[in-house]
Ligand binder design. Structure first.
Ligand SMILES: CC(=O)SCCNC(=O)CCNC(=O)[C@H](O)C(C)(C)COP(=O)(O)OP(=O)(O)OC[C@H]1O[C@@H](n2cnc3c(N)ncnc32)[C@H](O)[C@@H]1OP(=O)(O)O
Ligand SMILES: O=C([O-])CC(=O)C(=O)O
Length: 374
């Protein structure tokens, strides 16, 4: 089935499989995980509850949640062979490459030997991804070998603690919690589809996630939050934002953090992270990045009817929490691993190898000329 309004390139509008996990843009702008609206999840639950929901199809009760969090807490340590590998990755490597390598190495050290091990492997990845990222980051940038086994209550707090060497404030913990919920799952986006294609060959879960990390890295997908930061940090005032964007649009430049393949009017994640960014700006005491972002939003809607996607206000929000720009997309990995792996399990449960057909556009059939005749 092809949705004519969207056009067919990039498989746009084509139904490529079924999922019970998530709806994207079903009512024009909505987003639900297993039927729960994203705004309600962001307001009422923790990222760990969402991670559990995606893994098991239902929100946990109190004792399931306590057990789940205790298991995650107990899985934050890094095997020494993984530390060795991380220590060899240079400081100027892209952190998404570090995540890709870290995930792949974990798959060597702790392979998923049977699909029955999937849940354990998934929990391990959720727990250890912040450790992988920040062990490398702190070793290569600060020359310290950090202890990754903290007592923090959540994945978001664990991440901020390892980054800043101190337990985060309540505000920052809450923002990380929301951010991880917003990024957790999004139907058949490019990285998730990568994971599902890999899963459809009956490959192991670390291969699925490693491939997905590679797809998320690009600036048209997860990499847009870093690209958005590069744009807004150069904008000195709302007036400067207006001028710069008008010039960029005249040159037909792409403005990263705007537009979406499925949503047509708005991304339901935007208002949620935008509100947190505004709060963080006030706490930070310098609202420039928030103010210029708001002007970018106004200009893009006025000129192109394009709206900020999940990535745009994440840039200022992360910056206000002291997170270096190059760590933005890896945070997306720390969250989306929950969605990717839920899709891997769903694919496995009802699998047929994903193998579409191509429309041939090459030359007519022809004989191979001898080497001397070419
Ligand atoms: C969490 C996420 O992954 S969200 C996506 C993050 N990515 C970005 O923010 C990158 C910037 N945005 C984009 O490149 C695109 O909007 C995508 C990749 C997200 C979606 O791509 P598509 O589905 O092809 O976009 P769509 O069909 O809506 O584009 C319509 C028109 O708007 C233009 N357009 C879309 N986004 C933008 C943008 N950010 N800046 C300028 N123009 C844009 C397209 O070039 C296209 O113009 P054309 O018809 O003259 O070629
Ligand atoms: O759905 C998409 O194409 C991209 C996106 O917003 C996401 O993966 O969160």
């Amino acid at each position: 089935m092809v949705d004519k309004a969207l056009g067919g390139a990039g498989l746009r509008g084509q139904v490529a499989g079924q999922t019970a996990l998530c709806t994207v843009g079903k009512t024009g702008s909505g987003l639900t995980y297993y039927g729960y609206d994203i705004a309600e999840l962001a307001e009422k639950v923790t990222f760990e509850e969402v991670a559990y929901l995606l893994a098991h199809g239902e929100l946990p009760n109190a004792s399931q949640l306590a057990d789940y969090k205790a298991r995650l807490k107990g899985m934050r340590g890094l095997p020494s062979a993984l530390k060795d590998v991380l220590e060899r990755i240079p400081a100027d490597a892209h952190p998404m490459d570090v995540m890709r390598t870290g995930c792949s190495m974990l798959g060597n050290l702790e392979p998923e030997l049977s699909f029955a091990d999937a849940d354990k492997a998934i929990e391990r990845m959720i727990a250890v991804f912040p450790s992988i990222l920040l062990y490398w980051y702190r070793f290569s940038h600060d020359g310290v070998r950090i202890e990754t086994e903290t007592d923090d209550d959540s994945v978001g707090a664990h991440f901020l603690h390892l980054l800043h060497d101190k337990a985060p404030s309540e505000l920052h913990t809450a923002v990380m919690n929301t951010s991880l919920i917003l990024y957790a799952e999004h139907e058949f986006n490019a990285s998730t589809f990568t994971a599902r294609v890999c899963a459809s060959t009956l490959s192991d879960i670390h291969s699925c996630v490693t491939g997905a990390i590679g797809s998320l890295r690009g600036p048209l997908h997860g990499g847009a939050n870093e690209a958005a930061m590069e744009l807004i940090e150069g904008l000195q005032s709302p007036e400067h934002a207006e001028e710069t964007l008008m010039e960029m649009l005249a040159r037909k430049d792409k403005i990263m953090g705007f537009g979406h393949a499925i949503y047509r009017e708005s991304d339901p994640r935007n208002n949620i992270i935008k509100a947190w960014s505004e709060k963080l700006a006030a706490e930070y005491g310098d609202t420039r990045l928030y103010d210029v972002s708001v002007r970018c939003e106004e200009v893009m809607w006025r000129e192109k009817k394009l709206f900020p996607n999940a990535d745009f206000f994440h840039a200022s929000a992360y910056h206000f929490m002291g997170i270096p720009t190059k760590l933005f997309t890896p945070i997306f990995v720390m969250s989306r691993v929950t969605g990717w792996t839920a899709h891997v399990k769903e694919q496995r449960a009802n699998n047929r190898i994903i193998r579409p057909s191509a429309e041939y556009t090459g030359p007519e059939a022809r004989p191979v000329p001898a080497l001397a005749d070419r």
